[in-house]
Ligand binder design. Sequence first.
Ligand code: SAH
Ligand code: SF4
Ligand code: F3S
Length: 476
Amino acid sequence: MDEKEKHDISPEEIKRQTRFMKVMKSWNDEYFAKTGRRRKHLTVTYGCQMNEHDSEVLSGILENMGYIAADDKKEADLIIYNTCCVRENAELKVYGNLGALKGLKRKKNDLIIVVCGCMMQQPHVVEKIKNKYRHVDLIFGTHNLFKFPELLMKSMKSKDMFIEVWENEGNIIEGLPANRRYKSKAFINIMYGCNNFCTYCIVPYTRGRERSREVEDIIKEAAGLAAGGTKEIMLLGQNVNSYGKTLNGSIGFADLLRELNKVPGIERIRFMTSHPKDLSDDLIDAMAECDKVCEHLHLPFQSGSNRILKAMNRKYTKERYLSLIEKLKNRIPDIRLTTDIIVGFPGETEEDFQHTLDIVEKVGYDSAFTFLYSVRQGTPAAKMEGRVDKETKRDRFNRLLEKINKISAEINQNYLNRTVEVLVEGPSKTNPNRYMGRTRGNKLVNFDGSENLVGELVQVQIIEAKTFFLNGKIIE
Ligand code: SAH
Ligand code: SF4
Ligand code: F3S
């Protein structure tokens, strides 16, 4: 790490930012007193749960400043894009959306446009926005998100686009507000950054080195959420299995689960993402022992070929991965498994791909996220030879998807007539007359419900099994 760029953030910093929030709040309150209208913000999020949670913090800060949520961009006074660059198409969407805002900004001069998140950690992206999207008002990165109140004020005073991106991370800042999106479940960051440097992945460059939060801070957050009615917590980190390594090794992830299992009011504990290389027997034991830890594990394998796994720097083999799955199934018989898979990594042959299909067949995933390999500038894989052509990639992708879907549909058939515990999340996204929720195994279930059930645990009998969800009825 560049010494000059090390950021030693004082714990007092939160007080400084709170002062900026207060100034903004009086500015917004004055506007409300004059016009009878509250200024509105629209926060748009791309990418993973990490980013979703960062957006909860951003909108928590905005609401502390007196903004309320807008339904669409036309009624917004401030628009934030919290961006992702894990694959090229995530980036393209952001550029498309920024371009579309040009006209709106021309009509509404006082509209504030903010862009932040992982994309901004790449200097070539910031350069492109500076040149091509001059209507943007403020740019910041992932490492200085806690400074949002101050940066927003500075950008409002500046005539030009205001840019502040830190190349490296600082220490963890506690105590920022968060406006939680769900009533039933809440995200808790247990660590930040990633040290794994999988050769295809940009995340270690956008999120910095791995660092874990103190156990006491995590427990305090969980207890606070439980007191407010949250029943399910989702622990977040790029590689939760290595939790604690930056805390002098005094506590590991398995122990953290055991501690959180004791928090009264919390009924379900989930976590993601797990890296197979760090999945210890102790963790499998903790998952089996702790009654609140759900019977679900998201365990990305990326590729089934040992040669490709080595080129990806994943540090496990197909055989080791499959033996982990066997251990998990033996120790936690009802465990549901999901995964991430990349198709078309440089040098991938048909034979390599057959190993990927073989893992899918042997494990039997409830569902899987499948990705076409996307070249990320600055990662080692971007310089590797043997690019797989588009058609071959597509063809493999389609064959993979077909196999995964067939297996998911078969697994779901086993749920027919069974009664399952569901935590009600809210109205169904596909049918607003119905409600949806998830089982402990993370199966999506739709049923007839009502608003007062949101955040409650209900018993649902499954009456229909589809590939991607189950339909059921609540048992009184
Ligand atoms: N830390 C997590 C998630 C990282 S990003 C983990 O290790 O599992 C989520 C997923 O995006 C990865 O699991 C991987 O499957 C996919 N991904 C990352 N970089 C990619 C790339 N360059 N092209 C295609 N998929 C990618
Ligand atoms: Fe990326 Fe690998 Fe880190 Fe996951 S573990 S964020 S895939 S480098
Ligand atoms: Fe994307 Fe950043 Fe998450 S690159 S996947 S938003 S950590």
